[in-house]
Design a protein around this ligand. Structure first.
Ligand SMILES: [Zn+2]
Ligand SMILES: [Zn+2]
Length: 420
């Protein structure tokens, strides 16, 4: 972007507004930290984040937001419209608050949630001084640990992102970067094999072994891995493998995720994994049933224009933002689906070293450290500051929209071509 954003033609002093937003975050710093630590101590799985959603929406309520709970048919999703909203541009600050089985907040979504709420509270205190409007969207079940994960998909379906000009978020990580690396398209598949029980010693020849079907499938998938693009990922678990060694297992099930950065290629991979399951059924005589246990997450289409502004704001707060993550490898997020609909970006904020491994108890513990707490406040401030830029700077929004249209057009064409 050219020139300074210190002031603009409407006479709004952007720097002064940002300074005010930073001060407002500081005012509620202990409240945000307390809430995040409480979430770390009381983790809830996706779609069951009742206590977290109640607490987060309670705070937004208290600071004057108009909160709608249970949006999109999801009891733990919410939309909080900040006071002072006017017709004009609209920014969505996105919150996640689900935890993981066994490791609690091992992805640090307590920090995402409280940074988003902090930004919302700060901006609600500037009510009337900003053009346009701001919503904080509470989106449950980002982690693919539960059936029907991906709360952002119904929230998208129900139109909550329809008139949004930009969606922004932060996510804790091992260092500060703007999330410009692609994430992976990810499908979630459940397979069930129905066989016939028999006494495993007396008359095994009369049984149809559903466990064998799963084993054939896993072996076939293992061989398939050699024949796929290097950046594809196929990984699964046996969710039920049989009850007793002296019974030929009449029923087994397994769950897979299939991922690739390319949405079209990922669809092809799903077909090939299903073929591996069919091989297991054919070889053993078991009957196969399969379904998607969650809707696909799409790849992230990062918006560089907004990312540059988010980076400037983080740097203005003294954060050391790296150009790239030091470690390769990426996962998947339903924020990718949001990025296919509207210009979107998120920033990673470092809370711990890379030794721990992500999705771990160490990460959950790091959310409660000084670095974890600093990320909440920096995240809240940077989200509020970037929202101010987005609402006031018409050229920035136009640039973000143009970039989005250019990036998303070819993806849509590719997907449309395969579904014909
Ligand atoms: Zn995660
Ligand atoms: Zn996460």
């Amino acid at each position: 972007m050219k020139g300074s954003r210190g002031s603009n033609m409407t006479g709004v002093n952007v720097e002064e507004l940002k300074e005010a937003a930073r001060r407002e975050v500081e005012q509620v710093a202990s409240l945000l930290i307390e809430t995040s630590d409480w979430m770390a101590d009381n983790p809830e799985l996706g779609l069951q984040e009742h206590q977290a959603a109640a607490r987060l929406t309670g705070l937004l309520d208290e600071f004057g937001a108009d909160v709608e709970r249970g949006i999109a048919g999801l009891p733990t999703a919410f939309e909080a419209r900040l006071p002072g909203g006017k017709p004009g541009p609209k920014v969505a600050i996105v919150a996640e608050y689900d935890a993981l089985p066994d490791v609690g907040h091992g992805c640090g979504h307590n920090i995402i949630a409280t940074a988003a709420i902090g930004a919302g509270i700060a901006l609600s205190r500037l009510a009337g001084r900003l053009p346009g409007s701001v919503v904080v969207l509470g989106t449950p079940a980002e982690e693919s640990a539960v059936p029907n994960a991906g709360g952002k998909l119904p929230v998208l379906d129900h139109g909550h992102f329809d008139d949004v000009d930009a969606a922004i978020m932060i996510h804790p990580m091992t260092e500060d970067t703007i999330a410009l690396n692609p994430t992976l398209v990810a499908y979630g598949l459940d397979f069930e094999f129905h066989g016939r029980p028999a006494h495993a010693a007396a008359n095994p020849h009369e049984g149809v072994n559903a466990l064998d079907a799963v084993i054939v499938m896993f072996n076939a998938v293992g061989l398939l891995r050699q024949q796929v693009c290097a950046d594809a990922r196929i990984h699964g678990v046996i969710t039920y493998g049989g009850g007793a060694p002296n019974v030929i297992p009449p029923y087994t099930s397994c769950r897979f995720r299939v991922r690739s950065p390319d949405p079209v290629y990922c669809q092809e991979l799903v077909e090939r994994v299903v073929a591996c399951a069919e091989a297991g059924a054919r070889a053993t005589g078991a009957h196969l049933e399969w379904r998607e246990y969650m809707r696909p997450y799409l790849n992230m289409v990062p918006n560089h224009a907004i990312g540059a502004v988010l980076r400037q704001n983080l740097e203005a707060l003294g954060r050391d933002v790296q150009d790239e993550r030091s470690r390769d490898g990426s996962g998947s997020t339903d924020f990718g689906n949001v990025s296919h609909r509207v210009p979107a970006i998120y920033a990673y904020l470092g809370i711990c070293g890379p030794e721990a491994g992500w999705h771990s108890k160490e990460v959950a513990a790091a959310t409660k450290t000084e670095r974890g707490h600093a990320a909440i406040l920096a995240g809240a401030k940077a989200l509020a500051m970037t929202t101010i830029d987005l609402l006031i700077d018409d050229a920035l929004r136009e640039q973000a929209h143009q970039e989005h249209r250019a990036a998303i057009g070819p993806v849509r064409e590719g997907l449309a071509a395969t579904s014909q």
